[in-house]
Design a binder for this molecule. Structure first.
Ligand code: BTN
Length: 241
Protein backbone atom coordinates (compact mmCIF):
# COMPACT_ATOMS: atom_id res chain seq x y z
CA UNK A 1 0.00 0.00 0.00
CA UNK A 2 1.35 3.38 -0.98
CA UNK A 3 -1.15 5.80 0.49
CA UNK A 4 -3.23 5.93 3.63
CA UNK A 5 -5.82 8.39 4.85
CA UNK A 6 -6.37 9.00 8.55
CA UNK A 7 -9.39 11.01 9.73
CA UNK A 8 -7.31 12.12 12.69
CA UNK A 9 -3.73 11.84 13.77
CA UNK A 10 -1.37 13.71 16.09
CA UNK A 11 1.12 14.63 13.37
CA UNK A 12 1.50 12.88 10.02
CA UNK A 13 5.24 13.58 10.17
CA UNK A 14 5.62 11.81 13.53
CA UNK A 15 3.37 8.92 12.54
CA UNK A 16 5.20 8.37 9.26
CA UNK A 17 8.64 8.59 10.91
CA UNK A 18 7.50 6.03 13.50
CA UNK A 19 6.38 3.64 10.78
CA UNK A 20 9.57 4.22 8.78
CA UNK A 21 11.66 3.30 11.84
CA UNK A 22 9.59 0.17 12.36
CA UNK A 23 10.12 -0.66 8.71
CA UNK A 24 6.42 -1.10 7.96
CA UNK A 25 6.39 1.42 5.10
CA UNK A 26 8.61 1.86 2.07
CA UNK A 27 9.83 4.77 -0.04
CA UNK A 28 7.01 6.75 -1.62
CA UNK A 29 4.49 5.96 1.12
CA UNK A 30 2.12 8.84 1.73
CA UNK A 31 0.11 9.50 4.85
CA UNK A 32 -2.51 12.18 4.84
CA UNK A 33 -4.86 13.29 7.54
CA UNK A 34 -8.00 15.33 7.74
CA UNK A 35 -7.09 16.66 11.13
CA UNK A 36 -4.00 16.81 13.33
CA UNK A 37 -4.14 17.15 17.11
CA UNK A 38 -0.45 18.05 17.38
CA UNK A 39 0.56 19.41 13.99
CA UNK A 40 4.11 20.67 13.91
CA UNK A 41 5.48 23.70 12.06
CA UNK A 42 8.97 25.04 11.54
CA UNK A 43 11.07 26.41 14.40
CA UNK A 44 9.10 24.44 16.98
CA UNK A 45 5.80 26.12 16.12
CA UNK A 46 2.49 24.30 16.07
CA UNK A 47 0.54 23.89 12.83
CA UNK A 48 -3.14 24.40 13.40
CA UNK A 49 -5.64 23.47 10.72
CA UNK A 50 -9.41 23.06 11.07
CA UNK A 51 -10.98 19.70 10.28
CA UNK A 52 -12.07 18.90 6.74
CA UNK A 53 -10.67 21.92 4.91
CA UNK A 54 -6.99 21.71 4.13
CA UNK A 55 -4.25 19.35 3.00
CA UNK A 56 -2.02 17.81 5.65
CA UNK A 57 0.28 15.07 4.47
CA UNK A 58 3.69 13.48 4.74
CA UNK A 59 5.68 11.58 2.16
CA UNK A 60 8.54 9.17 2.84
CA UNK A 61 11.70 9.27 0.77
CA UNK A 62 14.77 7.11 1.14
CA UNK A 63 17.40 8.99 -0.78
CA UNK A 64 20.44 6.92 -1.58
CA UNK A 65 23.35 9.30 -1.37
CA UNK A 66 22.01 12.45 0.21
CA UNK A 67 24.30 14.19 2.70
CA UNK A 68 22.67 16.13 5.54
CA UNK A 69 23.95 19.39 4.03
CA UNK A 70 22.08 18.61 0.81
CA UNK A 71 18.73 17.98 2.49
CA UNK A 72 17.68 21.54 1.72
CA UNK A 73 17.34 20.41 -1.92
CA UNK A 74 14.38 18.27 -0.92
CA UNK A 75 12.80 21.31 0.67
CA UNK A 76 13.41 23.18 -2.53
CA UNK A 77 11.85 20.54 -4.73
CA UNK A 78 8.85 20.08 -2.44
CA UNK A 79 8.26 23.82 -2.67
CA UNK A 80 8.64 23.74 -6.44
CA UNK A 81 6.17 20.85 -6.67
CA UNK A 82 3.51 22.75 -4.73
CA UNK A 83 4.24 25.84 -6.77
CA UNK A 84 3.86 23.98 -10.04
CA UNK A 85 0.63 22.25 -9.00
CA UNK A 86 -0.95 25.54 -7.98
CA UNK A 87 0.20 27.35 -11.08
CA UNK A 88 -0.63 24.66 -13.64
CA UNK A 89 -3.64 22.96 -12.10
CA UNK A 90 -5.32 26.00 -10.59
CA UNK A 91 -3.89 28.62 -12.91
CA UNK A 92 -2.70 30.75 -10.02
CA UNK A 93 -0.19 33.41 -10.98
CA UNK A 94 0.86 34.82 -7.65
CA UNK A 95 2.44 31.79 -5.95
CA UNK A 96 5.89 32.28 -4.51
CA UNK A 97 8.22 30.45 -2.17
CA UNK A 98 9.52 32.30 0.83
CA UNK A 99 12.91 31.01 1.92
CA UNK A 100 13.39 28.52 3.40
CA UNK A 101 10.06 26.78 2.99
CA UNK A 102 6.87 28.78 3.10
CA UNK A 103 4.28 28.85 0.35
CA UNK A 104 2.86 32.29 -0.29
CA UNK A 105 -0.14 33.44 -2.28
CA UNK A 106 0.05 37.12 -3.01
CA UNK A 107 1.53 38.49 0.16
CA UNK A 108 0.06 35.90 2.50
CA UNK A 109 1.15 32.52 3.79
CA UNK A 110 -0.90 29.60 2.47
CA UNK A 111 1.28 26.69 3.45
CA UNK A 112 4.55 25.36 4.71
CA UNK A 113 6.90 22.45 4.52
CA UNK A 114 8.50 20.60 7.41
CA UNK A 115 11.30 18.24 6.50
CA UNK A 116 12.51 15.70 9.03
CA UNK A 117 15.45 13.41 8.49
CA UNK A 118 16.64 10.15 9.95
CA UNK A 119 20.44 9.98 9.75
CA UNK A 120 22.63 6.87 9.92
CA UNK A 121 26.43 7.05 9.50
CA UNK A 122 26.13 10.71 8.49
CA UNK A 123 23.96 10.00 5.46
CA UNK A 124 20.23 10.52 5.38
CA UNK A 125 18.40 7.21 5.13
CA UNK A 126 14.87 8.40 5.86
CA UNK A 127 13.32 11.66 4.90
CA UNK A 128 9.81 12.73 5.82
CA UNK A 129 8.45 15.63 3.81
CA UNK A 130 5.48 17.15 5.63
CA UNK A 131 3.32 19.59 3.76
CA UNK A 132 0.47 21.65 5.13
CA UNK A 133 -1.48 23.65 2.58
CA UNK A 134 -4.49 25.81 3.30
CA UNK A 135 -7.06 24.81 0.71
CA UNK A 136 -10.65 25.59 1.62
CA UNK A 137 -10.23 27.38 4.92
CA UNK A 138 -11.95 30.76 5.09
CA UNK A 139 -11.47 31.93 8.68
CA UNK A 140 -7.98 32.75 9.86
CA UNK A 141 -6.61 33.80 13.19
CA UNK A 142 -3.80 35.74 11.54
CA UNK A 143 -4.47 38.23 8.78
CA UNK A 144 -1.12 37.22 7.30
CA UNK A 145 -2.59 33.83 6.36
CA UNK A 146 -4.73 32.77 3.44
CA UNK A 147 -5.84 29.71 1.48
CA UNK A 148 -6.55 28.75 -2.11
CA UNK A 149 -10.22 29.45 -1.57
CA UNK A 150 -9.25 32.72 0.06
CA UNK A 151 -7.71 33.94 -3.19
CA UNK A 152 -9.88 32.12 -5.74
CA UNK A 153 -13.24 32.28 -4.05
CA UNK A 154 -14.32 28.71 -4.62
CA UNK A 155 -13.66 25.23 -3.19
CA UNK A 156 -10.81 23.13 -4.49
CA UNK A 157 -10.90 19.33 -4.62
CA UNK A 158 -8.25 18.21 -2.15
CA UNK A 159 -7.64 14.73 -3.58
CA UNK A 160 -7.05 16.06 -7.07
CA UNK A 161 -4.72 18.73 -5.79
CA UNK A 162 -2.79 16.18 -3.74
CA UNK A 163 -2.35 14.04 -6.82
CA UNK A 164 -0.98 16.98 -8.81
CA UNK A 165 1.48 17.85 -6.07
CA UNK A 166 2.73 14.27 -5.79
CA UNK A 167 3.11 13.96 -9.57
CA UNK A 168 5.16 17.14 -9.70
CA UNK A 169 7.21 16.10 -6.69
CA UNK A 170 8.06 12.78 -8.27
CA UNK A 171 9.19 14.54 -11.43
CA UNK A 172 11.44 16.94 -9.54
CA UNK A 173 12.86 14.09 -7.46
CA UNK A 174 13.78 12.18 -10.62
CA UNK A 175 15.35 15.34 -12.02
CA UNK A 176 17.45 15.73 -8.87
CA UNK A 177 18.55 12.10 -8.96
CA UNK A 178 19.51 12.54 -12.60
CA UNK A 179 21.94 15.25 -11.46
CA UNK A 180 20.00 18.35 -12.48
CA UNK A 181 20.66 20.25 -9.28
CA UNK A 182 21.37 23.47 -11.17
CA UNK A 183 18.07 23.33 -13.07
CA UNK A 184 16.25 22.94 -9.78
CA UNK A 185 18.09 25.83 -8.15
CA UNK A 186 17.42 28.02 -11.18
CA UNK A 187 13.71 27.27 -10.99
CA UNK A 188 13.72 28.04 -7.30
CA UNK A 189 15.24 31.44 -7.98
CA UNK A 190 12.51 32.14 -10.53
CA UNK A 191 9.76 31.72 -7.94
CA UNK A 192 11.58 32.90 -4.83
CA UNK A 193 9.66 35.56 -2.93
CA UNK A 194 11.26 38.99 -2.59
CA UNK A 195 14.28 38.11 -4.71
CA UNK A 196 15.99 41.30 -5.85
CA UNK A 197 14.24 43.33 -3.15
CA UNK A 198 15.73 44.99 -0.11
CA UNK A 199 14.40 43.74 3.23
CA UNK A 200 15.24 44.01 6.91
CA UNK A 201 16.79 41.07 8.69
CA UNK A 202 17.89 40.06 12.14
CA UNK A 203 20.85 37.84 12.81
CA UNK A 204 21.82 37.38 16.44
CA UNK A 205 21.31 40.84 17.94
CA UNK A 206 22.11 42.66 14.72
CA UNK A 207 19.47 44.28 12.50
CA UNK A 208 20.40 45.13 8.95
CA UNK A 209 18.97 45.78 5.50
CA UNK A 210 20.04 43.90 2.42
CA UNK A 211 19.00 42.80 -1.01
CA UNK A 212 17.91 39.18 -1.35
CA UNK A 213 20.15 37.68 -4.01
CA UNK A 214 19.01 34.05 -3.75
CA UNK A 215 20.31 30.83 -2.25
CA UNK A 216 23.72 29.28 -2.70
CA UNK A 217 24.76 25.68 -3.44
CA UNK A 218 24.33 24.84 0.25
CA UNK A 219 20.86 26.32 0.53
CA UNK A 220 22.01 29.36 2.49
CA UNK A 221 20.29 32.69 1.97
CA UNK A 222 22.51 35.16 0.11
CA UNK A 223 21.98 38.78 1.12
CA UNK A 224 23.84 41.78 -0.25
CA UNK A 225 24.32 44.66 2.15
CA UNK A 226 26.10 47.94 1.39
CA UNK A 227 29.38 46.51 2.53
CA UNK A 228 29.35 42.89 1.51
CA UNK A 229 27.59 39.75 0.36
CA UNK A 230 26.62 37.56 3.30
CA UNK A 231 25.34 33.99 3.55
CA UNK A 232 23.08 32.64 6.27
CA UNK A 233 21.89 29.25 7.45
CA UNK A 234 18.21 28.92 8.36
CA UNK A 235 18.83 29.27 12.09
CA UNK A 236 21.14 32.26 11.70
CA UNK A 237 18.67 34.75 10.27
CA UNK A 238 15.06 35.90 10.37
CA UNK A 239 13.04 38.35 8.37
CA UNK A 240 12.05 41.51 10.21
CA UNK A 241 10.04 42.91 7.32
C1 BTN B 1 5.53 25.60 8.60
O1 BTN B 1 5.78 25.95 9.77
O2 BTN B 1 5.30 26.44 7.75
C2 BTN B 1 5.54 24.13 8.21
C3 BTN B 1 4.21 23.51 8.41
C4 BTN B 1 4.18 22.04 8.05
C5 BTN B 1 2.86 21.40 8.44
C6 BTN B 1 2.72 20.00 7.94
S1 BTN B 1 1.06 19.41 8.05
C7 BTN B 1 1.56 17.78 7.68
C8 BTN B 1 2.88 17.57 8.40
N1 BTN B 1 2.67 17.07 9.76
C9 BTN B 1 3.07 17.95 10.68
O3 BTN B 1 2.99 17.78 11.92
N2 BTN B 1 3.56 19.06 10.08
C10 BTN B 1 3.55 18.93 8.63
Amino acid sequence: KKIEFLPECQSTNDELMRRARQGTVSEGFLLWADHQTGGKGQRGNTWVSPKGQNLLFSLLLKPRKLLPKEAYLINVLAGLAVHEALEKFLDLKNVSLKWPNDIYLGGKKAGGILLEAGVTNSTIDKLVIGIGLNVNQTDFELDTATSLKGVMGYDVNREELLEQIICALERYYLLLNAGSKDTILRKYHDVMMWRGEVHWFRSGDEDFAGEIIGIDQQGRLVVKTNEQTRRFEVKEISFVR
